[in-house]
Structure formats: C-alpha cells, structure tokens
Design a protein around this ligand. Structure first.
Ligand SMILES: *[C@@H]1O[C@H](CO)[C@@H](O)[C@H](O)[C@H]1NC(C)=O
Ligand SMILES: *[C@@H]1O[C@H](CO)[C@@H](O)[C@H](O)[C@H]1NC(C)=O
Ligand SMILES: *[C@@H]1O[C@H](CO)[C@@H](O)[C@H](O)[C@H]1NC(C)=O
Ligand SMILES: *[C@@H]1O[C@H](CO)[C@@H](O)[C@H](O)[C@H]1NC(C)=O
Ligand SMILES: *[C@@H]1O[C@H](CO)[C@@H](O)[C@H](O)[C@H]1NC(C)=O
Length: 419
C-alpha cells in the first residue's frame, strides 16, 4: 500500500511536470509564431495579382504606392520617382569585344504571367524563409564582421587590399577602381550557377559602389547570387543590396527590408534568372548598371533598358553625393574561408579559375564607370585583387585595341592548391 502511494505520487509529479513544460513550450512557440506572422504581414503587402512560378516562387503584384519601401521612417515624405533624370551616353567610338554571348536572359516567373501596369512584382516571403534564419531581426542581411581598425589613412589600392583581407568570412576576387567621384557603374555579367556546398554560404557575381574605407563604408550592390539560406534553393537569382553602416544594422538583400523603391513591373528582385551558361556551350550574360540621378537617388538598371527601381537618397549618407570606389567581381561568404582546412567547396563564378577564360570562367565585359563628365567610360586606374588566389582568382584580360575582359572565380577547395 505504502509503495503504491509513493508510486502514484511520483506519477502525479511526473505528469504535472510534463504538463507545465508543454505549457511553457506552447507559450514560447506561440510568441515566436506571432513574431513570424507580424514580420510576414509587414513584408508581404496585399497583392493585386499573384503569379506562381514553376520554380516554386510566388510573385505578388503590389500597388506601386503600397510597396514595403514606404514603411521606412526616412521615406515618410518621399515622392516616388517614376523615371530618372539622367541620360546615358556611351563613350565613342565604342570599343567592341568579340565574345559570342547571348543576352536573352529572363526571369523564370515571367513564363507564368505578368504584373499589371501600376504594380510591381515582389517575391513573396514565406514562413519557411523566416524559419531558416537565426534571428528574425537580421532576416535578409549579410552577417556582420567584427570591427577592426583600418590601416587606411589615404585610400589606395594596397590599403584597400589590406582591409579586404581582414574580413575573415568573405573571400573576394575583384577588379577595383578609385581616384575619382563616381556616379555610376555598369558591366555585362556572365550568368552561371555555381555550387554552394554549405547551407549558410553564398556566392555572388556583382558590382559594388562604395564610399568610406575598408572598415566603415556605405555600399550599394547588384548582380546575381546563389544563396540557399535566404531563398531556400540553389537557383541563380538577380539581387540588390544596400548598407549605410558596413552591414552592421542597415540594409538588406532585395526588398527583404524597407528601403529599395521598385518601379519596374517586369523584373522582380531576388527572382531566378535563366538560362545558365555551360562550358563548351552558349554563354549568357545580363547587363547590370547602377546610376545616380540629380537628387542623389541611385537607380538599378538591368538589360540596358529596364529601370528596376532605386535606392532613395534618404537611405544614404555620403553615398548620396557620389561613390569613391567601384568593384566588379565575385564574393564567397562562408565560415570556412581564410581559416584552417577544410576550405569550403562553394564555387565562385562558374567554378572555374579565371585563366579558364571565355566559355569556362565567369566574365564581365563592358566594364564602365560614369563620372561627372556624364559619359560611360572604362575606368582609368584599375587593380585586381584576390583574397585567396589558390581558391578564387581574378584576371583582367587587356589586349591592344580590344575592350578589356574581367575573368574571375574558382572552385573553392581543390587539393593540393586550396585545402
Ligand atoms: C516630413 O515632413 C514633415 C513636415 O514638413 C517634417 O516635420 C518631418 O520631419 C518630415 N519627415 C521626414 C522623415 O523627413
Ligand atoms: C582602434 O583604434 C582606436 C583609436 O583609433 C583605439 O582606441 C582602439 O584601441 C583600437 N582597437 C584595436 C582593436 O586596435
Ligand atoms: C597606401 O596607403 C597606406 C596607408 O594609408 C600607406 O602606408 C602606403 O604608403 C600607401 N601606398 C601608396 C603606394 O601610396
Ligand atoms: C566569422 O564567423 C565566425 C563564426 O560565426 C565568427 O566567430 C567570427 O567573428 C566571424 N568573423 C571573423 C572576422 O572571424
Ligand atoms: C556563337 O555561339 C553559338 C552557340 O555556342 C554557336 O552556335 C555559334 O556558331 C557561335 N557563333 C560564332 C560566330 O562563333
């Protein structure tokens, strides 16, 4: 009898504990659940029309005046710009390049429909997208790097290289120019689908326009990216990024936070591009350009004609006057770069090294800047940089009478070179 009572008591205590624990858990999860719902409601505005893309994306056509950007506190009084106030003149005579590539790149969702006039296509953020991040507050943001003291007093190529080498989780291979004030930059970027080995890695081919130094900078960026953590798959996608404080708190990819104002009803940021280039095969390229208007807004233009939208001047500090350096190239983000082996096997560009050249390595052609002379021209001072040349490298192929071609990329880990 005594034994029975003790056993019953223990059973009761045990059951009670389980019930309490379940309650606590339920409470925590419903709190998290509410946070997720709130975030989704903030980011996904009511759609005029929704398009289900064959790759699984849902594209919402949002009234242009009701897009998420206008929730940004700095954009309270912002007047939407529908067309930029600049014209783009090419330098003449234009130097030809003889690469045989196609610019018939499109976005997969466009096969399934189009957005009506007065709306902008925005890739819907799903609950699963939010569940993949470690902190909801940093959704859509690049991870922060720890602060370091820059060696830079006056900006020059060697001090920039030194600063770039400090970023332990980012491996760059790029072409950089400085020495002027830049109000635009462009290039045709070869489109590939590099392999991403670790779930938190991402790999880009892009243009950066920056002010500041290697330590504290503002940056606006665009190009293509493979980023499974953000998008949930390994597609190659068109992206835009901005930050006013070296990736610390401001800015994000695409329109995963408030800021970028979308204008085009044709192109959706964060949406899959196709077709991809393949070795021994047809090469595809997409023209990407970033240009400032007289009001200090920076416009993103793709395919030489589509004004996707702009980063409003209100988001930016010094960058609303001009950029002081421009980079073209690739970046691999990973916790397994610049560290003890094994190096990540995430590829950059095509996955081939720069010296593979046309048809094998990822390239950029038509590399141009715009300065206050208002015409597009090849930058005067250029310098190539690779943080880990045995893993990813860059080669600026300059031949007399021809337009220079930038090749960049690499396979990541490939013993015995990159361990
Ligand atoms: C918007 O305009 C009002 C009235 O002119 C002004 O008080 C406010 O500071 C402005 N807000 C922003 C974010 O510029
Ligand atoms: C960075 O520089 C500041 C002053 O410029 C100094 O106070 C600080 O100790 C430095 N930090 C490191 C980690 O060197
Ligand atoms: C570049 O800048 C660094 C630090 O600011 C300086 O030590 C170096 O002498 C400069 N190099 C050239 C070539 O001007
Ligand atoms: C790189 O990532 C690791 C792991 O998250 C982190 O501890 C470190 O602070 C990051 N940055 C640098 C510069 O190492
Ligand atoms: C260009 O590339 C395509 C596809 O690879 C090929 O069919 C065509 O013959 C090439 N044209 C020239 C002029 O090389």
């Amino acid at each position: 009898m005594w034994k029975y009572n003790v056993a019953m008591l223990l059973l009761w205590v045990f059951t009670l504990c389980i019930i309490l624990e379940l309650k606590v858990e339920a409470k925590a999860s419903s709190h998290f659940e509410r946070e997720i719902e709130a975030k989704l409601k903030l980011l996904n505005k009511p759609a005029v029309k929704s398009i289900r893309s064959e790759n699984g994306d849902i594209i919402d056509c949002i009234n242009i005046y009701k897009q998420p950007a206008f929730d940004h506190p700095a954009l309270k009084n912002h007047t939407i710009q529908r067309v930029p106030d600049f014209l783009l003149k090419s330098e003449s005579p234009s130097r030809e390049n003889s690469l045989n590539a196609s610019s018939d790149v499109f976005q997969t969702w466009q096969k399934s429909g189009s957005c009506p006039e007065g709306t902008v296509p925005i890739r819907r953020i799903l609950k699963e997208d939010l569940l993949r991040v470690s902190s909801l507050d940093r959704f859509g943001q690049k991870p922060i790097e720890p602060f370091f003291n820059s060696t830079t007093t006056n900006l020059n190529f060697s001090s920039l290289d030194a600063d770039a080498s400090y970023f332990n989780n980012r491996s760059d291979a790029h072409l950089v120019t400085l020495g002027y004030n830049y109000i635009g930059a462009t290039a045709n970027i070869n489109v590939w689908n590099p392999k991403v080995e670790r779930p938190e890695d991402f790999t880009t081919a892009q243009i950066w326009l920056k002010t500041g130094n290697g330590r504290e900078f503002e940056s606006i960026e665009a190009g293509w990216v493979v980023n499974p953590k953000l998008y949930g798959d390994t597609d190659t996608r068109l992206f835009a990024y901005w930050t006013k404080d070296s990736y610390k708190t401001t800015g994000c990819f695409d329109v995963t936070c408030q800021g970028f104002v979308q204008i085009s009803s044709e192109m959706a940021l964060g949406s899959t591009l196709q077709p991809y280039s393949a070795p021994f095969n047809q090469q595809y390229e997409i023209n990407v350009g970033i240009f400032m208007d007289n009001g200090g807004n920076w416009w993103l233009r793709v395919k030489d004609r589509i004004m996707v939208g702009y980063w409003p001047a209100e988001l930016l500090g010094n960058l609303r006057h001009s950029a002081t350096l421009v980079q073209w190239g690739g970046q691999v983000f990973s916790y397994a770069v610049k560290t003890d082996p094994p190096h990540t096997g995430t590829q950059m560009g095509s996955g081939d090294e720069a010296n593979g050249r046309f048809g094998f390595a990822c390239y950029m052609t038509n590399v141009r800047i715009k300065d206050y002379s208002k015409s597009l021209k090849y930058p005067e001072y250029v310098h190539t940089y690779a943080a880990e040349p045995y893993c990813y490298n860059a080669l600026n192929d300059v031949q007399y009478g021809k337009d220079p071609v930038l090749y960049f990329g690499g396979p990541g880990r490939h013993p015995p070179y990159c361990l």
